[in-house]
Design a protein around this ligand. Sequence first.
Ligand code: G16
Length: 552
Amino acid sequence: ILNIDYLKSTFNSLASNPISSSETFVYGTSGFRMHNEKLDIPLFATCLITFLRTLYCGEFIGIMITASHNPPQDNGFKTIEPKGEMLPQSWEKYVTSIANSVKEDQFDTFLNTFFVIASEALKDVDIYNKDIKIIVGRDTRESSYRLVTFCKQFFNSVVKIFQKSVNFIDYGVVTTPQLHFIVRKHTLLKQSNKYDLPKEYFNEFFQPFINILNKSTHSKFKKLYIDCANGVGAVQLNQLKESFKNKTDKLEIELINTDYKDFSKLNVDCGADFVKTNQKLPQGVSPALAMNPENLFCSLDGDADRIIFYALDENSNFCLLDGDRMATLIGEYFIKKTPKNFWEDIKLGIVQTAYANGNSTSYITEELKLDVKCAKTGVKNLHHDAVENFDVGIYFEANGHGTVIFNDLFITKLKQENLTELSLFVNLINQAVGDAITDMFVIVAILIHLDINAKTWFSKYTDLPNRLVKCVVPDRTQFKTFDFERQLSKPEGLQDSINQIVSAPNSSKKTRSFVRASGTEDVVRIYAESSSMESVDAVITEVLKAIEDATT
Ligand code: G16
């Protein structure tokens, strides 16, 4: 029914920028992501795949338009499965081949690829009895509205010829985790009408948080400052802030970097990625404010799926409380709030990535005595490993992206043992996906329950000095990794050079460095850690030189 000419004319009516023949589209760590003007082809491919996927599943499929931590001119999108998961890997391959089969003047190859894939993917599916059900959401970027309109028109147009009705629900400006949450809710409750999303989401997670706050008898901090990265967090948390005032006097919240209407400010000098990478305070937080132990600080990223906490100590040293710190704090909390024999038949463990600080891993195994697994970058990989390996799996990337998942075995035991505090606490967790807002509730609740402040939390272990830098290379797709991205197989010889650099005679035993291509930006990332900052910087300089030698 969908013929080439029809799809071609649909594309031509939707595309607003010329097709470049040289572009390689990568469905990376978090879907397609690049300068917004280059996104017509990958978005068309994503709409086609979403169309197939909703027919395949017979359920709602979500499309989130966001480039999260990337600069304001970038944009991107990823699809969300009926129960809130990411697109299956086999379908990632489909969407990548469709997007990359187009070359200038050769739109037919693109569509032929689509038809081959469609007949393979839907070969055993009765598509005539399935409805087309799409949910979209977007971040605050200037280009996001145009991209949502593209999706809407695509489905209107395709549906016209397909003679099916489409249920297209646009949730407007929402956080990425909120969209995951609502897609899942539509599926589980078989709901076809639009929800009041903020109300549903906050009822689910905010009310349990308020209950915990109001039950608390002591707290080491009075005020929570939330840096919204001038993104969607500001839109959503503004509503929350009002409810805070009415429902509790235990904690005051103050939002900073909330100017989402000035598109150029998104993620600039603020937000989780800025704080983590630069290891310094975001714009809007003065050193004097950050030194006051009665204040607690956190930064969200542009689409509010990651969070980083921080403080300044009495000597003005920056104390970064990143994903590693959140994972270890949550691990410690589970251990402290359960009797010793609780974990005899239930597996509690932590999943990290290569970016985890070496001392955090030692702390997990030596102090907390928990199992730790390493996964490839991308929350989808960590989530998978947490489900596969643990009954209670805590997973966090060092950049602050993560959550906790638990199964029925744990919930049953929780009830049997009558652990009331922990039972209240688990209601705060968004198990579907890493979520900055619910992670914020989780961490604040733990700090209150353990009666500690950011300084005590930071003192649990000492990070190895470390740095993460980016490097532009002629073609990042040439960088191939193995061993959970800790080693390179290509470019030829580069890993040998890195091995030599980190094992130089004057180097500490703790020195470690790796290089991997980013899946969200057109760069490679270089990470190094060692026993001193001087040594880290020396390693980074030498690795940068080795990359240059290997790529020119
Ligand atoms: C995305 C992913 C994260 C990943 C980050 C950086 O975050 O969801 O899992 O750590 O990109 O990935 P890469 O190093 O491959 O560029 P976000 O917050 O940008 O969606």
